[in-house]
Design a protein around this ligand. Sequence first.
Ligand code: ATP
Ligand code: MG
Length: 322
Amino acid sequence: MEVVGERAERNQMIEVEDLTKTFGEGDDAVEAVRGVGFTVGEGEIFGLLGANGAGKSTTVLMLATLLAPTSGSARVAGFDLERDGGSIRRSVGAALQETGLDPIQTGGELLDLHARLYGFDGPAADARRDQLLELVGLEDAAGRRIGTYSGGMRRRLDLAAALVNRPRVLFLDEPTTGLDPASRRAIWEEVEQLRGEGVTVLLTTQYLEEADRLADRVAIMADGRIVANGTPEELKSGLGEDVIEVEFTDEAAAERAAVAIGGEARALAGEVRVPAADGPAELIRVVGTLKEAGIEAESVSLARPTLDDVFLGIVADEGDQA
Ligand SMILES: Nc1ncnc2c1ncn2[C@@H]1O[C@H](COP(=O)(O)OP(=O)(O)OP(=O)(O)O)[C@@H](O)[C@H]1O
Ligand SMILES: [Mg+2]
């Protein structure tokens, strides 16, 4: 019998090589994606992380066959993007940022329609619709018009619609943007359940916390390029040093403190974070500086870096190079 080791290579479900997309021509050209490459193994959740305009949606639209690349190549679910787009379309599901949900339709009608489009007939379409409504917890809202749904309910309906054809690869473009914490958690749990079933997921997000929680591997995109790639742990430990967290009661105090501390100190939402190679010594210096400047902190602590620190550090480095 063939022994398949635990470390046997997974099937690659998404393989992307040097993909680019330029919108427009000449002086007006926008290089949205500039040579992106990565692979995602079967059953993996891959997070594409980046700020507004980084090129996340453009990348997803190309891989979902909804936008033609300018150059480069990709295989999705084993099919070549250029030659076999039809097979890819049948194998993938996508919940995109710009949804075209019809407000007058009910959630049940929408799923029914999708099921029929994918070739389920009468009773099979009904059964698939009911399964999906249950999966995303929308049974009670199935007969209501989509126009009356909350943002979280729409995202869950979107997710259900993307799952109609039992895709092996699922593209989720910012699935939780704008949702409250409870709705966000509900989506996370659904995505984790799908991974448990062997579905490969490519999701984009601006929330570092989301990538950290869900993704097996993460690529950070900035300005059309991947600037870092690894497991959340690798990215965080690549930073290699602790971070001093200083909390303030108001944002203005945090801004003043960051200036006083100088160096790589960054203020964000009433908090200042300072990379600290020599932990405790730097902590003492920071506390001393704040005291001298007469800025009172709410709390000061030494912590492990978060993906936010990785992200902000990379974006700052990029800015230095530009
Ligand atoms: N159809 C288009 N025509 C022209 N430019 C476009 C088009 N679509 C996207 N762009 C540009 O390409 C760049 C990348 O956009 P993209 O939507 O991929 O970013 P994103 O990372 O998804 O951002 P967000 O987080 O805001 O969704 C941006 O500069 C955007 O303005
Ligand atoms: Mg986008």
